[in-house]
Design a protein around this ligand. Structure first.
Ligand SMILES: [Zn+2]
Ligand SMILES: [Zn+2]
Length: 120
């Protein structure tokens, strides 16, 4: 993809690798959200208007991550951009995401893909 936009003050542009990363390509990356620990897809360009083809691609990659994490038909897509409305991203959440976030150790970065490892 050409002409990626970048905002140095944007957390999603920064794309720090702290949590588990499920997937990455030239369009997007999918990792556990640092705030809520559920898988989140992030567009690699700063903005809110990816093409519909890119949106379809990103949501499919997010669904793959949700399947890996929660199993079949458990996760539901959440496209509301609460914290960072100016950069396209979406979450996939299981029904327990709110409580699990406090009960479970966060994941840690161990390369893209592979086994999801928790912070001890
Ligand atoms: Zn989140
Ligand atoms: Zn951004």
């Amino acid at each position: 993809m050409k002409n990626l936009r970048f905002d140095e003050n944007c957390e999603l542009c920064e794309a720090a690798r702290f949590t588990h990363w499920y997937y990455e390509d030239e369009v997007c990356w999918v990792a556990d959200c640092e705030a809520c620990s559920t898988p989140m897809v992030v567009w690699k360009s700063h903005g809110t208007e990816p093409t519909s083809g890119e949106v379809d691609w990103m949501l499919a990659r997010l669904s793959d991550a949700g399947l890996q994490r929660f199993g079949k038909e458990v996760g539901s897509l959440d496209r509301t951009m609460r914290q960072i409305p100016e950069h396209f991203h979406a979450h996939i959440r299981d029904p327990q995401w709110l409580s699990r976030r406090w009960a479970e150790a966060p994941s840690k970065y161990s390369g893209v893909g592979g086994l999801r490892q928790l912070v001890r």
